[in-house]
Design a protein around this ligand. Sequence first.
Ligand SMILES: [Zn+2]
Length: 407
Amino acid sequence: MSKIVVFCRKVSIFFLKKQKKWCVLLFFNKNGLSLRPNLRTMATNVSISDAAINLLKQMIAIPSVSRDEQAVADLLEDYLKRQSSVEVHRSGNNLWLIAPGYDTQRQTLLINAHIDTVKAVASWTYDPFQATEVGERIYGLGANDDGASLVSLMHTFLSLEKVPLPYNLIFLASCEEEVSGQNGIAAALPLLPHIDVALVGEPTGMNPRIPGGVRVAVAEKGLMVMDGTAHGKSGHAARNEGINAIYLALEAIGKLRDYRFAKESPLLGPVKVTTTIIQGGTGHNVVPDSCTFVTDVRTTDAYTNQEIVRQLQELVAPVELVPRSVRLQSSGIDAGHPLLKTIQQVAPAATLFGSPTLSDQALLSCPSLKMGPGDSARSHTADEYIEKQEIRDAIFLYTQILTHFKF
Ligand SMILES: [Zn+2]
């Protein structure tokens, strides 16, 4: 590792034993980012960032679409076994590490990011499965979502392994996030100790180089997919008979479109209800006796998913409306939570926002927030990329947050 030789508020000079070279770190203070160098952790950040970036490039080269993450999980397991001094736990394609000094009397912070990607869209101009470096940018599938957060959080954990912290720290690399799969974080959580709060690494635009650029999602919408069925009575279209199920379904869909829930979330706004699929009828001369439709419901912290189901079912009755699952709840963290307070101490100009997109937070029952390098707008798009500096900044900020945090 490294040895600090000179250290003051502005500059730190140290020797990297492995690379046999001297390094100088300059600390700056701009855009409200309060950089408070931590003597124990900052000295190794240059080599740690290089390691994180190298690992990201290796990950990109291994296709890891949801439910097919074994090869990338193998790579990470092998890497962690070589780099970490603590036991590497694995169940399926989920991997986790518990920092030394775990104590049931103390509260636990989980840091988490996911290892799977969506499928590559057709319009990639770079090879999605090869890390292509163009200046500061690294192009490749999963570079932004969620490889950058994963390698940044992992290397922050590795750099803090030997640092005594006043709380328990667990790092979890989870699979099947993009499909909210049963084998992902949902399968790992019961195997982990109790979690009190979680920081989920996702591309939220955590950029300390622009004013208000450290963006933290303090609330996230939940999701329910609901199947609707209208039952009618068949008959001949030429005669005045039957009950047209398509008309019944249209009436219900209209009610769903116009319904306004009484309560709105201050951060996430109203619950959003959108009918996206409809199917019915067998022939032009047959009054349809059945019509089905699918409604996408983006839920907020103003209601539980179960409360929303009850209201919508009453609204459209006797048309049936059944949720496929109610497990993807809206999530978030209180304004006064010590983790959020610490982030605001480290980055006083941080922007707090409510996120419309779903993450593994939906499956956590504890308070949680989402922050990570990159930009959500680059996720799931052709030529997704991350800037190397975004990873360096992320490791720096995560390290600052974790070393200053206490419950
Ligand atoms: Zn993601």
